[in-house]
Design a protein around this ligand. Structure first.
Ligand SMILES: *Cc1c(COP(=O)(O)O)cnc(C)c1O
Length: 405
């Protein structure tokens, strides 16, 4: 008995028993049931595989879900971002302000339309900071692209004030924020427009997929045309092309799956919020750990990631040692993005802007020292599983001295 106690107190990394052994599994992702199976077979057997009534039905359902007037489905979040920029007429000579702590697509969309991504640092909530944005505005700035990182909605009151003061559009990268709401209004409707991803890691998915939402009818019509080879309005002849579009259409198979996934999303979102609150309470009580800060203006929060920071000095070990030890205890946590986007090699090839000049201290601290996250599906586990996560963090804290090197 005594020996067993000692084993569980000792870090798994150093030969002790892990808090979670191989028997305890985290929820898998993606999830499906009979409804996806039946919906897929129905499309298959209908012979109508191409861009039709199910895509339209999904667009209607998703627009309603986000509280937007228009939704245009497309084949990825990446394509959605590029199409919005093109539809807004943003291109060569224009600048778009983006955060340096995000997936590459936020910034690469800007490069793909020939414009220049300009980076502004984050606030303490891992979101684009309005003051930092204002500091990098130039006469060439055409748009601001905040990312609701991990599902945490950016301070849209401050960002909209900057947007209005300078007459610059806000395009929300809402690729982590399905169903998110700021003061009761859905993400994607908080600025000029927004876009979502349904790629396989995302909280609703058809393997791939994306969507644009907006309350601007003219912008919606342009996006709809661009997604579908630049075709004219519904009802115009098939071989009639009015814009330089692309083929970014969703298939009926994907729309059928997404309609099923959307039906599950509400309950999943509530469960993730509930479990995240348990973690915020338990992990936040451990000296040296700081869960991503919320806001009472966020009235519904999607969790794509559960994010937290570690302070090496007060916790007692480094971020990388924590991650290694936590993984050995059975928590699949990672250190997140390894570098700010402006350090990615691709920016070294951009001719008209010197990316080596950037120093964004909040982002650099997250990348190099303090940031950690794990994936949303863990938040679909039980409350006892959340207690395991807290126990893992406490165990590492208790043994932190051993990890110091
Ligand atoms: C996933 C993601 C995208 C791109 O979406 P894809 O559907 O994978 O192309 C864009 N921005 C962010 C923040 C994302 O997480």
């Amino acid at each position: 008995m005594e020996g067993k106690d000692m084993d569980t107190a000792k870090l798994a990394l150093h030969g002790g028993a892990p808090v979670r052994d191989g028997e305890k599994k985290w929820p898998g992702w993606p999830v499906h049931d009979e409804s996806e199976r039946n919906a897929l077979l129905a499309v298959l057997e209908s012979g109508r595989w191409f861009f039709d009534e199910r895509v339209a039905e999904f667009e209607k359902a998703y627009a309603a879900f986000q509280g937007a007037e228009h939704c245009i489905a497309c084949n990825s979040g990446t394509a959605a971002g590029e199409i919005i920029l093109q539809a807004l007429g943003i291109g060569v000579g224009d600048e778009v302000i983006v955060p340096p702590y995000t997936f590459i697509a936020t910034a690469s969309a800007v490069l793909r339309v020939g414009a220049t991504p300009v980076f502004a640092d984050l606030d303490a909530a891992w979101c684009l900071d309005a003051d930092q944005v204002e500091a990098v505005i130039t006469p060439r700035t055409r748009a601001i692209m905040p990312v609701h990182f991990g599902g945490r909605i950016c301070d849209m009151d401050k960002l909209n004030a900057v947007s209005e003061r300078h007459g610059i559009a806000i395009i929300e990268d809402a690729c982590h924020s399905w169903g998110g709401a700021w003061k009761g209004c859905g993400t994607g409707t908080l600025g000029r427009c927004g876009f979502f991803s349904f790629q396989v890691s995302k909280n609703i998915t058809a393997g791939e997929g994306g969507a644009i939402v907006t309350n601007d009818a003219a912008l919606a019509a342009r996006c709809r045309s661009l997604v579908n080879c630049g075709r004219g309005e519904a009802g115009s002849p098939w071989y009639h092309h009015v814009n330089v579009g692309t083929n970014a259409r969703l298939t009926e198979f994907q729309a059928a799956i997404l309609l099923c996934q959307l039906k599950r999303l509400e309950a999943q979102t509530l469960l993730r919020e509930r479990n995240a609150a348990v973690l915020d309470h338990g992990l936040g009580a451990i000296e040296g750990l700081t869960p991503q800060r919320g806001s009472n203006r966020i009235t519904r929060r999607a969790y794509h990631l559960y994010c937290m920071r570690i302070d090496e000095a007060s916790f007692g070990c480094s971020r990388d040692h924590f991650v290694q030890a936590a993984q050995a205890e059975g928590l699949p946590i990672t250190a997140g993005y390894p570098m700010p986007l402006y350090r990615q090699p691709v920016f070294g090839h951009v001719q008209n802007h010197d990316y080596s000049k950037y120093r964004c201290p909040v982002t650099e601290d997250l990348c190099y020292k303090s940031g950690m996250w794990f994936l949303h599906q863990l938040l679909l586990a039980s409350e006892a599983d959340m207690q395991d996560i807290i126990a893992i963090a406490r165990k590492i804290k208790d043994n932190a001295a051993e990890l110091r090197s």
